[in-house]
Design a protein around this ligand. Structure first.
Ligand SMILES: [Zn+2]
Length: 347
């Protein structure tokens, strides 16, 4: 089935009290999102007044050989399948988008894994942008003290800074800097300063070639300039210092199969510490770039763009990692490209 026929699923996440519900409620009021179904798994919060609102309980099934990021959310699978079957039978309106609001402490990775790995869901749904709210008053403290908060920012496609009107300008700027260090690829929005519409948050998701091309132009820019944070004594509890982004380039076209094997092996070995990988690839025999997009051990289906986003045609990979020296990835990639070059000479 073509990506355009799949129902996009947006994950709205953010630490406790960071304004997820307020944001979602405001977005759902706009006509573009009139046909959106919502799943909420925040306990004790005021429910959204929405036609298709459903609550899900937390029940995660860690697969026998798996890890937390590759855990299946059985509750979520059941809830989404149920929504889909009601939609097909016509007992609920034919929604064209699904939004999942997570608990404040949730790790979005198992939700993404469930959507990508569960056969029935994968057949009808696709993962859209992950939107993460960060509260300008308490966000810096959350990032320093709670690894869950850092992870929510690291896997975001869009970051929304809330309560910037309540925080001082210096506080807001410090938080912007902290968010950019953890995830330089995601654009940051501030609704208190600049009202945002659903298009800015949800359109052009990873499965949409036209949007992906514009997005690639954006994430390729600032990441190149991002550097690993200085490590020093007394920062052991600052989780945002453990997470950083960097980019690597390859100045030759890649063999698609060989690259796939390399990436699979890399993610198998280090996926728990690779929060995100994005890549714009120059592939042998393919005139236009291929975009890859992964979260921990998982890689979304690759997207073929209709053109290069910038004049530069080399392969660029952007990694957001935790506690993983960039040299580990650089060395592995260098070894792989050397091997690939030897292979070409032999053939
Ligand atoms: Zn995993």
């Amino acid at each position: 089935m073509a990506a355009a026929d799949l129902i996009p699923v947006n994950i709205v996440t953010g630490f406790l009290g960071s304004g997820k519900t307020t944001l979602l409620r405001r977005l759902l009021a706009s006509p573009e999102l009139a046909n959106t179904a919502v799943l909420v798994n925040e306990l004790g919060e005021v429910g959204l007044d929405h036609l298709l609102l459903r609550h899900v309980d937390e029940s995660t099934v860690v697969l026998p050989s798996g890890c937390v990021c590759c855990a299946l959310r059985a509750d979520l699978t059941a809830a989404i399948r149920d929504l889909y079957s009601k939609r097909e039978r016509g007992t609920i309106p034919r929604f064209d988008r699904l939004a999942i609001e997570t608990t404040g402490l949730a790790d979005p990775a198992p939700i993404i894994f469930t959507l990508l790995a569960e056969p029935v869901l994968r057949h009808h749904f696709r993962v859209g942008h992950v939107v993460t709210t960060v509260d300008a008053v308490n966000g810096a403290r959350h990032l320093a003290q709670h690894p869950e908060s850092v992870k929510q920012v690291a896997v975001a496609d869009r970051v929304v800074l809330t309560k910037t009107d309540l925080a001082g300008p210096a506080q807001a700027e410090a938080l912007r800097t902290a968010c950019r260090r953890v995830n330089p690829a995601a654009p940051i929005f501030e609704p208190a300063v600049d009202p945002i519409g659903p298009d800015q948050l949800f359109a052009g998701d990873p499965a949409d070639p036209s949007g992906t091309r514009q997005d690639a132009r954006r994430w390729l820019g600032p990441v190149a300039a991002a550097t690993p944070p200085e490590t020093g004594v007394g920062q052991a509890s600052a989780h945002d210092r453990d997470v950083y982004a960097f980019s690597v380039t390859v100045d030759r076209a890649l063999d698609w199969t060989a690259f796939g094997i390399w990436l699979t092996m890399l993610l198998h070995a280090h996926g728990e510490d690779i929060l995100r990988v994005k890549g714009l690839l120059q592939v042998v025999g393919v005139p236009t770039p291929v975009v890859i997009h992964g979260v921990q051990h998982l890689v979304h289906p690759p997207v073929h763009l209709d053109g290069w986003p910038t004049a530069d045609r080399g392969t660029r990979l952007v990694f957001i990692v935790q506690k993983l020296p960039r040299q580990v990835i650089e060395r592995s990639l260098a070894a792989f490209t050397r091997l690939a070059a030897v292979g070409e000479r032999v053939v």
